[in-house]
Design a binder for this molecule. Structure first.
Ligand SMILES: Nc1ncnc2c1ncn2[C@@H]1O[C@H](COP(=O)(O)OP(=O)(O)OP(=O)(O)O)[C@@H](O)[C@H]1O
Ligand SMILES: [Mg+2]
Length: 402
């Protein structure tokens, strides 16, 4: 799978649809004991809608009701109270089920089948013709990075490899709604990145994705909207962008500045904002991108692994026609988005309460008027920090796509 294909934030607007795929009203599930006494109120009076093309996250701590909600959506459990509609029908409707792909929290695959046989088995359940089945199996194995180990029994697979084959199984029917319970659990960081990119690629094709997770960074990277559960109840719900925005502060990231320039800039800011409200630090690379770089180097040095390899491109039948832009362009788009790009380690970051536009203009001028800033600089130096970081990542990622 390509490591980074999309700019999630700019995608959301394009793929948003008003068509409601899942509608949940007053959903309640109380588990009872042998004597019919309430044992656990797993889901408690929950309402939400999921629209076509959305990536919708169910978040919450352990035991908060995420998996129970997923099982209710799939018709695997009966609600104690409330209504669920999936594609306008009950989740138990047979036609509805054929439009859903499901990755369970725990692997329920047959231990003694190898990955090809496993996918063949599920392809048969969906009555796929041999040619179509074989073609999809090929693409899926490639996509999840299991082509090289397809002869080994699934029972021998490591946890992450089982997750990968589970994911391939969930997509064999080219589902319109994909429900993933903890999709990245047990996956190495490369696998996590690949699963996240796959989720975004699916959503861009108009597929709806519901995922449950307690790994917040994964959710943050892919979800349009989330609900946060605690004790079976929804504690917060909304678009991630809105839930996470801090409109009363701004962040300025620049290449390392001279002490002199810094003083000038701070002087202007201090005219508006108390000194103790301004924070200056040096951003660090995040662990995910550092890890990916290290592994990429090891791979280039041709180190051997008996585990899963990095996945290939998203299976063509899952990509559809809409995704035909060159991958490099998409990668660049994503890496240069303010959310995804990683700033240079050496660059200082200043966080200040929101300053008005005129002040910002003055700050720019102040930087320009310093002796060092006045000199013409080589093009590379003039690039915004995020972009140059993006270039570095881009070339390392492009290597991966080969
Ligand atoms: N079959 C069951 N019988 C009895 N209680 C159950 C059953 N399944 C779940 N529960 C209870 O319902 C509550 C919610 O469980 P659920 O599995 O939905 O949580 P979760 O949010 O998915 O947690 P995790 O993050 O650990 O996967 C828990 O208290 C759990 O013990
Ligand atoms: Mg769970």
């Amino acid at each position: 799978m390509p490591v980074a294909e999309l700019n999630p934030q700019s995608e959301i607007g394009n793929r948003k649809s008003e068509e409601v795929v899942v509608s949940v009203r007053g959903l309640t599930k109380v588990f009872k004991d042998f004597w019919n006494r309430p044992k656990a109120r797993a889901v408690d009076n929950v309402d939400f809608d999921v629209r076509r093309g959305e990536v919708f996250g169910l978040l919450g701590p352990n035991g908060s009701g995420k998996s129970t909600t997923v099982k209710l959506l799939l018709g695997l459990l009966n609600p104690t109270r409330g209504q669920i509609e999936v594609f306008g029908h009950s989740p138990r409707h047979v036609q509805t089920k054929s439009r859903i792909g499901y990755l369970p929290e725990e692997s329920y695959l047959y231990r003694y089948l190898n990955s090809r046989e496993t996918l063949n088995f599920f392809g048969n359940l969906f009555h796929l013709g041999k040619e179509e089945r074989d073609s999809r199996i090929e693409q899926l194995l490639e996509m999840v990075g299991l082509s090289q180990v397809y002869m080994r029994s699934v029972g021998e697979f490591s946890k992450g490899m089982q997750r990968r084959i589970g994911l391939a199984q969930a997509l064999i029917n080219d589902p319109d709604l994909v429900i993933l319970d903890e999709p990245t659990s047990g996956l190495d960081p490369i696998g996590c990145r690949e699963v996240k990119d796959l989720i975004l690629a699916l959503a861009r094709r108009g597929k709806t994705v519901i995922l449950s997770s307690h790994l917040l960074s994964d959710v943050e990277d892919v979800c349009d909207r989330v609900v946060i559960y605690y004790g079976g109840k929804i504690q917060a719900m909304g678009a991630l962008k809105e839930l996470l925005s801090t409109p009363d502060a701004i962040r300025i990231t620049t290449p390392a500045l001279s002490r002199e320039t810094m003083e000038r800039v701070l002087e202007i800011i201090r005219q508006d904002v108390a000194a103790d409200k301004v924070r200056i630090d040096t951003p660090t690379q995040n662990l995910e991108s550092y890890f990916l770089d290290v592994v990429q180097k090891a791979r280039r040095a041709a180190a051997e692994t008996s585990g899963a390899t990095s996945g290939a491109r998203v299976a063509a039948y899952l990509r559809g026609g809409a995704e035909e832009r060159p991958p490099a362009e998409k990668i660049l788009e994503r890496l240069t988005s303010p959310q995804a790009a990683q700033p240079k380690p050496a660059a200082p970051v200043a966080t200040v309460p929101k300053v008005d536009d005129k002040k910002l203009e003055a700050l720019t001028k102040a930087a320009e008027s310093t002796p060092s800033a006045g000199k013409p600089k080589p093009a590379a130096e003039e690039k915004p920090v995020d972009l140059s970081k993006a270039d570095e990542k881009l070339s390392s990622l492009l290597g991966k796509l080969k």
